[in-house]
Unconditional design. Sequence first.
Length: 90
Amino acid sequence: MIWESFGAAVLGLALSWAALRSLADRLPSGRAVYPTGALGALFGAYLTHAALGTGHVLTTLIGAVSVGAVTLSLLIRPRGRHLARSAAAQ
Protein backbone atom coordinates (compact mmCIF):
# COMPACT_ATOMS: atom_id res chain seq x y z
CA MET A 1 0.00 0.00 0.00
CA ILE A 2 2.91 2.36 0.66
CA TRP A 3 4.25 1.95 -2.88
CA GLU A 4 0.79 2.37 -4.34
CA SER A 5 0.40 5.63 -2.41
CA PHE A 6 3.79 6.87 -3.51
CA GLY A 7 3.08 5.92 -7.13
CA ALA A 8 -0.33 7.60 -7.00
CA ALA A 9 1.17 10.81 -5.62
CA VAL A 10 3.85 10.84 -8.33
CA LEU A 11 1.27 10.18 -11.04
CA GLY A 12 -0.93 12.96 -9.64
CA LEU A 13 1.97 15.40 -9.73
CA ALA A 14 2.82 14.35 -13.29
CA LEU A 15 -0.80 14.80 -14.30
CA SER A 16 -0.81 18.27 -12.70
CA TRP A 17 2.38 19.20 -14.55
CA ALA A 18 0.89 18.07 -17.86
CA ALA A 19 -2.31 20.00 -17.18
CA LEU A 20 -0.37 23.16 -16.35
CA ARG A 21 1.73 22.80 -19.50
CA SER A 22 -1.27 22.43 -21.79
CA LEU A 23 -3.93 24.55 -20.03
CA ALA A 24 -1.91 27.22 -18.22
CA ASP A 25 -4.25 30.05 -19.22
CA ARG A 26 -7.34 28.23 -17.93
CA LEU A 27 -6.01 26.93 -14.60
CA PRO A 28 -5.20 28.74 -11.36
CA SER A 29 -1.62 28.96 -10.13
CA GLY A 30 0.56 25.91 -9.65
CA ARG A 31 0.21 26.31 -5.89
CA ALA A 32 -3.39 25.14 -6.25
CA VAL A 33 -2.99 22.70 -9.14
CA TYR A 34 -0.17 20.50 -7.82
CA PRO A 35 -1.75 19.68 -4.44
CA THR A 36 -5.14 19.13 -6.09
CA GLY A 37 -3.72 16.60 -8.54
CA ALA A 38 -1.69 14.78 -5.90
CA LEU A 39 -4.52 14.62 -3.36
CA GLY A 40 -7.04 13.61 -6.02
CA ALA A 41 -4.79 10.77 -7.14
CA LEU A 42 -4.21 9.66 -3.54
CA PHE A 43 -7.95 9.63 -2.93
CA GLY A 44 -8.48 7.67 -6.14
CA ALA A 45 -5.86 5.12 -5.08
CA TYR A 46 -7.49 4.79 -1.66
CA LEU A 47 -10.95 4.41 -3.17
CA THR A 48 -9.83 1.82 -5.74
CA HIS A 49 -7.76 -0.11 -3.19
CA ALA A 50 -10.70 -0.18 -0.78
CA ALA A 51 -13.04 -1.44 -3.51
CA LEU A 52 -10.74 -4.10 -5.00
CA GLY A 53 -8.43 -5.08 -2.16
CA THR A 54 -4.77 -5.99 -2.36
CA GLY A 55 -3.07 -7.43 -5.43
CA HIS A 56 -4.47 -5.00 -7.99
CA VAL A 57 -1.63 -2.50 -8.22
CA LEU A 58 -2.06 -1.52 -11.87
CA THR A 59 -5.81 -1.12 -11.52
CA THR A 60 -5.32 0.94 -8.37
CA LEU A 61 -2.97 3.29 -10.22
CA ILE A 62 -5.41 3.58 -13.12
CA GLY A 63 -8.12 4.52 -10.62
CA ALA A 64 -5.76 7.05 -9.06
CA VAL A 65 -5.07 8.73 -12.39
CA SER A 66 -8.76 8.75 -13.26
CA VAL A 67 -9.88 10.43 -10.04
CA GLY A 68 -6.90 12.81 -10.20
CA ALA A 69 -7.89 13.87 -13.72
CA VAL A 70 -11.50 14.41 -12.69
CA THR A 71 -10.39 16.47 -9.70
CA LEU A 72 -8.12 18.60 -11.88
CA SER A 73 -10.90 19.10 -14.40
CA LEU A 74 -12.91 20.86 -11.71
CA LEU A 75 -10.28 23.63 -11.66
CA ILE A 76 -10.55 24.47 -15.37
CA ARG A 77 -12.11 27.86 -16.03
CA PRO A 78 -14.18 28.67 -19.11
CA ARG A 79 -12.28 30.09 -22.07
CA GLY A 80 -12.66 33.79 -22.78
CA ARG A 81 -15.76 34.29 -20.72
CA HIS A 82 -15.56 36.83 -17.92
CA LEU A 83 -17.72 36.30 -14.92
CA ALA A 84 -20.07 39.20 -14.33
CA ARG A 85 -20.75 40.32 -10.82
CA SER A 86 -24.35 40.41 -9.72
CA ALA A 87 -26.03 43.70 -8.89
CA ALA A 88 -26.25 42.73 -5.24
CA ALA A 89 -22.49 42.16 -5.00
CA GLN A 90 -21.61 45.56 -6.47
